[in-house]
Write a protein that binds this ligand. Structure first.
Ligand code: E4P
Length: 214
C-alpha cells in the first residue's frame, strides 16, 4: 500500500520525506488555508519536495471554471493531480482531463455509486472519506471494501485513496482490504510506529549496555 501525506505543511512534508515512506501528497482548500502561504508557490514547493502525485483541489463550481483552474494547476508541475469534487460538472471535468492525459483524484466520495461513476468517467484516483463517515455513525471502511470489490469485478484501473484517516486502525484496515493508498495526517505517521513494548525493550537494552560498555 502506498502512503500519501494528507498535509500542505512544508515542515511536516520535509520530515516525512526523510523517513523514506512517503509516496505522494493530498491537499484540500482547508489544509492550504492553514498554511498562510501563497497557493501556487506552496504547491510548486510541495511538488519539488515530493516526486510522487500531489493532489490539488478545484474550487470552481462550473465546467468552464473548473477546466480553467485544472489547466493552470496542471502546468505547475508534472506530478500535479487535479482533485475534482464528485458532482455532474465534476464528472465532465474528469472525462475531459482524462482525454487530455491529466490525472484526476475524485474527492468527497461517500457512496459506492459515486465511486463507480467516477471510475467510468476516467478517474485516476477516488478518495472515500472514511473518518467523516464514521463521524456520523456510518462504517467508512465498509465503503472502501465495497468500492474495492466493484473495481475488481469490472477491472477498473482507478486507484483507491483511503482519505479522512483518523487513526492507525483505519490505516491497517486499508492495507487488509488491499486499498491502493492511504493518505494520512502527519500525526498518524508516528502513531503507526509507536509501541510500548518497543520503548520498554529499548530502555532495557540501553540499561544493560551501560553495565558492559566499559
Ligand atoms: C484528502 O484527500 C481529504 O481531503 C482529507 O483526508 C479529508 O480529511 P478530514 O475529513 O480529516 O478533513
Amino acid at each position: 500500500m502506498k502512503i500519501f501525506m494528507d498535509t500542505a505543511n512544508l515542515d511536516e512534508l520535509k520530515k516525512s520525506v526523510e523517513y523514506g515512506v512517503v509516496d505522494g501528497v493530498t491537499t484540500n482548500p482547508s489544509l492550504i488555508a492553514r498554511e498562510n502561504l501563497g497557493f501556487i508557490p506552496l504547491i510548486k514547493e510541495i511538488t519539488t519536495l515530493i516526486p510522487g502525485p500531489v493532489s490539488v483541489e478545484l474550487t470552481a463550481m462550473d465546467f468552464k471554471g473548473m477546466m480553467e483552474q485544472a489547466v493552470e494547476y496542471a502546468q505547475i508541475a508534472e506530478n500535479v493531480v487535479i482533485k475534482v469534487p464528485i458532482n455532474l460538472e465534476g464528472l465532465k471535468v474528469v472525462k475531459k482531463l482524462s482525454e487530455m492525459k491529466i490525472k484526476t483524484n475524485v474527492t468527497l466520495i461517500f457512496s459506492s455509486s459515486q465511486a463507480l461513476l467516477a471510475a467510468k468517467a476516467g478517474a485516476s484516483f477516488v478518495s472515500p472519506f472514511v473518518g467523516r463517515i464514521d463521524d456520523i455513525s456510518g462504517d467508512g471502511m465498509a465503503l472502501v471494501e465495497d468500492i474495492a470489490n466493484i473495481y475488481d469485478v469490472y477491472s477498473f484501473p482507478t486507484e483507491i485513496i483511503v482519505a479522512s484517516v483518523r487513526h492507525p486502525v483505519h490505516f491497517i484496515e486499508s492495507a487488509r482490504i488491499g486499498a491502493d493508498i492511504a493518505t494520512i495526517p502527519f500525526s498518524t505517521l508516528s502513531k503507526l510506529l509507536n509501541h510500548p513494548l518497543t520503548d520498554a525493550g529499548m530502555e532495557k537494552f540501553l540499561k544493560d549496555w551501560e553495565k558492559v560498555k566499559n
